[in-house]
Design a protein around this ligand. Structure first.
Ligand SMILES: Nc1nc2c(c(=O)[nH]1)N[C@H]1C(S)=C(S)[C@@H](COP(=O)(O)OP(=O)(O)OC[C@H]3O[C@@H](n4cnc5c(=O)[nH]c(N)nc54)[C@H](O)[C@@H]3O)O[C@H]1N2
Ligand SMILES: Nc1nc2c(c(=O)[nH]1)N[C@H]1C(S)=C(S)[C@@H](COP(=O)(O)OP(=O)(O)OC[C@H]3O[C@@H](n4cnc5c(=O)[nH]c(N)nc54)[C@H](O)[C@@H]3O)O[C@H]1N2
Ligand code: SF4
Ligand SMILES: [Mo]
Length: 903
């Protein structure tokens, strides 16, 4: 369905907010992008990543044909037939020789529901194993497990509208300002009309800028906080007795356990390392606010105790009956665009399909529905165990689809090594070169990317939306479901996989959800099982359940007396364990490493990495360190640090900041072997999994940190990607006009220069400036007035400032008169150096914003009026507020922060 003469209405491929997007193809492979005003997730707004989608569509680096590793070990182009034969053969042989559990799929919450359905059906119904897991194990598994324990089904009960109605919003382990920006803006709108926001994190983030209370807790202590809240509610007579008696079970046991963990405010204060007054204030607010939404994300899920953290939160909502009501409920924020859809089709190894579990009745039901010859009868291996089984040779053939485990799995070095051991590694991806395709893959299958693929996704509020194609399939690219169906056919199951397109798969999936359901199972979209192709194409966003006869879907569950999905129809309180991290710090590893996301990059950067406006916000992998730790460890601002755990390490740029707590360091997850040397932080992250959900703790790894120094630091600005070797630190970022590569090395200036030479066919630089006394060497390659490349080298102790050079490089040309300044490191006349980019939409840098503030712009609105910064997507508003605050002004709408703790 179109949203204008030449525009296609589709859904953003990034976060779980699931914003509606209008794409207007330019006929040249690109497209103009705008928010879809009619989509209820965003009403036309897009964040910085969504706004920049048009810059990520180029075919550069795309895998456009199947490839196969030859006897010489080199990947070469082959036909689809040859590639599919090889995959089918490899799976067939492994199954014949080692049984069905010797093969596995590792999937992704970025697949469409239809793509996801196909491998799950093949593995669980026709191969006879449940070894299908997904990167959602690293993302949502603890929420899934917590929901199932409490509600008897994996349900997010509320809707985004609840944010508009709530009086109190509590964010737990969520940097929504950067990770769910459009929802965060909705929360800020709620705040403008008087709602309060409490932010529970282990450090201060962009989300803190728009919070009324910043509760900076000790890592992993969330279960103590919410146990304390449950006790507080009980002791103040705030339990909804009628709700608890009629609709739940297990309250007394959960409360008794909560009393052991957190008997009073003092105990909570001690466990969380927060001031007792702040805890008391937050508890009081929560107790007083009937309309409270508690939103949680990876600071909760990715923990050694992720499931207990989830249930500690759910316990408080159940105890007060604040669930499924307008403005009240627990709200698990999903990460990926289709984290939900993956759960719906059974993408997790411990679920069957359509939210059914591996119980006898469900196994039999699905067998009959699929007419399946080889049903899996027990749960399969969860991600961490799955890759252990790859490492020790139990898994022989693995098909990875839509995820990059060589970067994103904990103990990433061990995972990368394990992949090399497989008899058959198949990788379906959009790109040729990822760390995973380069981990010894035997077959690469070219998958349709966003804009080319067609199907559905489900966002955080259970809303199913269409992703629609608006570009032709390039090269020999095919959708993922098609590749799976072709392999299934080769394995002898053609009939069960004879879909003509995604609409066929969707109808089958919808029919399965309603099959022998009769209201007993939560996931039911039977009302969509009979839609024809035209209705599927035109499908408007709708929240499940969409039961037969209820085409409008369901905004909220459980609020109107509706039953829970345990056999007795009641919800369950779950007694939770006392907080503990998987591993404690010790003398060898005295600090805790927290990992997470930055505003303008998505995961391993395979798509956002292509956009210049996203590349310049934070172009290097970094380590945030508190000033006290920096002093103790001998780290300097913009110097380098080596982070080491028992598993591996990374070399990162140091940022010293009081946003960080002492004893804790933070590193972003986005850099890979493709975009950096040394920036792959997953190598250091431990793999300890939550015992209930199997989700690994990725927010608290004990590490050692020490300073690293290099002889030389420098940067290159080049039109093509340079290959620099012998660098201990290196990062590539896409900037206007090409690539910025920053690096540090012990190689000589001449050696570094020689490494760049191939980019210019060995041509000598046009300008060569050196200042041996200061250890400087700066070179420019010009073609007439066009700047081809700039290389700045300097002493290892100083980080060169690339902003002025990048500004000149971006304009592309340099007038002869201005040449002299080009290598000065100073702004070239007429080209403003405005410092690191803050506002990605308009490319406004920090320098320009600071100047505007100094010139009297004391509010976000005033900066917007002067520079336009912050006036489009709004993702940078938290940073604008921070710059105003740093300059001593008062950001509007920011009430005095309540001190989080004594420190
Ligand atoms: N820009 C951007 N947005 C994204 C993504 C992206 O890659 N880039 N990815 C998407 C995906 S898949 C996901 S899963 C989401 C993740 O979204 P978030 O969960 O919001 O993001 P993270 O940065 O992983 O972690 C959130 C916060 O948890 C805090 N934390 C760490 N340990 C604890 C703890 O013990 N308790 C508490 N309370 N907090 C703790 C961290 O300090 C961090 O600020 O983002 C989605 N949105
Ligand atoms: N230390 C640490 N590690 C983490 C996390 C953390 O907070 N800390 N967060 C975890 C979380 S929550 C997540 S969700 C993961 C994300 O980690 P990954 O899933 O590994 O990251 P992506 O870069 O999104 O990888 C997606 C890959 O699929 C390709 N792709 C995109 N669309 C398609 C498609 O339609 N079909 C196919 N076949 N390929 C496609 C992309 O090119 C890319 O290579 O990282 C996890 N790892
Ligand atoms: S908030 Fe941003 S990344 Fe998330 S769906 Fe909306 S536009 Fe996409
Ligand atoms: Mo995620």
């Amino acid at each position: 369905m179109t949203g204008g003469p030449h525009s296609t209405r589709t859904t953003c491929p990034y976060c779980g907010v699931g914003c509606g997007v209008k794409a207007m193809p330019d006929g040249d492979g690109g497209a103009a992008i705008a928010g879809d005003e009619a989509h209820p997730a965003n009403f036309g707004r897009l964040c910085s990543k969504g706004s920049a989608l048009g810059e990520t569509l180029s075919l550069e680096g795309r895998l456009l044909h199947p490839m196969m590793r030859g006897d010489d070990g080199v990947l070469g182009r082959v036909s689809w037939d040859a590639a599919l034969d090889r995959v089918a053969e490899g799976f067939f042989r492994a199954i014949a020789e080692h049984g069905p559990d010797s093969v596995a799929f590792y999937l992704s919450g970025q697949l469409l529901t239809e793509d996801y359905y196909a491998p799950n059906k093949l593995m669980k119904g026709f191969i006879g194993s449940a070894n299908v897991d997904t990167n959602s194990r690293l993302c949502m598994a603890s929420s899934v497990a917590g929901h199932r324990r409490a509600f008897g089904a994996d349900i997010v009960p509320g809707a985004y509208e609840d944010l508009d109605e709530a009086d109190l919003l509590v964010l737990v382990g969520s940097n929504a300002a950067w990770c769910h920006p459009i929802l965060y803006q909705r929360m800020q709108t709620a705040r403008e009309r008087g709602a309060l926001i409490v932010n529970v994190d282990v450090r201060r983030t962009a989300t803190s800028e728009g919070a009324d209370i910043d509760l900076t807790i000790a890592p992993g202590s969330d279960a103590a906080l919410f146990s304390g809240l449950l006790v507080h509610l009980a002791d103040h007579g705030l339990i909804d007795r009628a709700f608890v008696d009629e609709r739940t079970s297990g309250f007394e046991a959960a409360l008794a356990q909560a009393r052991l963990i957190a008997p009073n405010i003092a105990a909570v204060a001690a466990a969380t390392a927060c001031a007792p007054e702040t805890i008391a204030h937050v508890f009081d607010l929560w107790a007083r606010s009937a309309r409270v939404v508690t939103l949680y994300s990876q600071g909760v899920n990715q923990s050694a105790q992720g499931t207990d953290k989830v249930n500690a939160i759910l316990n408080c909502h159940l105890a007060t009956g604040r669930i499924g009501l307008p403005g009240a409920g627990p709200f698990s924020l999903t990460g990926q665009p289709n984290a939900m859809g993956g759960r719906e089709v059974g993408g997790l190894a411990n679920q069957l399909a359509a939210h059914m579990a591996f119980d006898t009745a469900s196994i039999d039901r699905v067998r009959r529905f699929w007419n399946a010859p080889a049903m899996a009868t027990r749960e399969g291996l969860k991600a961490v165990d799955l890759f252990d089984a790859v490492a020790d040779g139990r898994i022989k053939a693995l098909w990875v689809m839509g995820t990059n485990p060589a970067v994103s799995m904990p103990r990433a070095d061990a995972v990368r090594a394990a992949l090399q051991r497989l008899d058959l590694l198949v990788v379906s991806d959009n790109l040729i070169a990822t760390d995973t395709t380069q981990s010894g893959a035997h077959v690469l299958l070219p998958a349709a990317a966003w804009g080319e693929k067609d199907g559905t996704v489900t966002n955080s509020e259970r809303r199913i939306s269409r992703q629609r194609a608006f570009l032709p399939l390039p090269g020999e690219v095919r959708p993922d479901w098609w590749a799976v169906a072709q392999v299934a056919r080769r394995l002898g199951h053609g009939e069960a996989f004879a879909w003509r397109g995604p609409a066929d798969i969707f109808r089958e999936h919808a029919a399965l959800s309603a099959f022998e359901n009769d209201g007993t199972r939560d996931f039911d979209i039977g009302g969509l099982a009979a839609i024809d192709d035209a209705a599927y194409d035109a499908l408007e966003p709708v929240q499940w359940p969409v039961r037969s006869g209820q085409p409008g879907g369901t905004a909220r569950l459980f609020g109107d007396g509706g039953r829970f999905f345990h056999a007795d129809g009641k919800a369950r309180f779950v007694p939770v364990a006392a907080p503990a991290l998987a591993a404690a710090t010790d003398a060898a590893f005295p600090l805790i490493l927290v990992t997470g996301r930055i505003r303008d990059q998505w995961h391993t950067m395979t798509r956002t990495g292509k956009s210049a406006r996203l590349g310049s916000h934070l172009p290097e992998p970094f380590l945030d360190v508190h000033p006290i730790d920096a002093l103790r460890l001998g780290l300097s601002e913009r110097g380098f640090a080596r982070v080491e755990s028992a598993h591996g390490g990374a070399t990162l740029r140091v940022r010293i900041t009081a946003q960080q707590e002492p004893g804790l360091v933070f590193a972003p997850i986005h850099w890979s072997g493709q975009t950096s040397v040394g920036g792959r932080i997953g190598a250091a992250v431990q793999g300890f999994a939550d015992p209930v959900s199997g989700q690994p703790e990725m927010k608290a790894t004990p590490v050692a940190v020490h300073p690293v120094s290099f002889v030389t630091q420098g940067f290159a600005l080049t039109r093509a990607l340079p290959r620099l070797e012998r660098c201990g630190f290196l990062a590539h970022a896409t900037v206007k006009g090409g690539t910025l590569t920053t690096f540090a090395s012990d190689a000589s200036h001449d050696a570094l220069l020689a490494m760049l030479a191939p980019l210019f066919g060995g041509a000598a630089p046009t300008m060569d400036y050196s200042d041996p006394a200061r250890g400087l060497r700066r070179l420019a390659w010009l073609d007439g007035e066009r700047i081809e490349a700039l290389l700045f080298l300097g002493p290892g102790g100083t980080a060169p400032d690339w902003n002025a050079a990048a500004a000149a490089f971006a304009t592309g040309e340099i007038a002869p008169a201005a040449r002299a300044l080009l290598l000065s490191g100073k702004p070239v006349d007429g080209i403003a150096d405005s410092g690191p980019t803050i506002c990605a939409c308009f490319g406004i840098g920090r320098g320009a914003i600071e100047a505007a503030i100094a010139g009297g712009c004391g509010t976000v609105a005033a900066i917007g009026a002067a520079l336009k910064a912050g006036t489009n997507c709004g993702s940078c508003v938290p940073e604008l507020k921070k710059l105003i605050a740093q300059a001593g002004g008062a950001a509007e709408g920011t009430p005095a922060r309540v001190a989080a703790d004594a420190a």
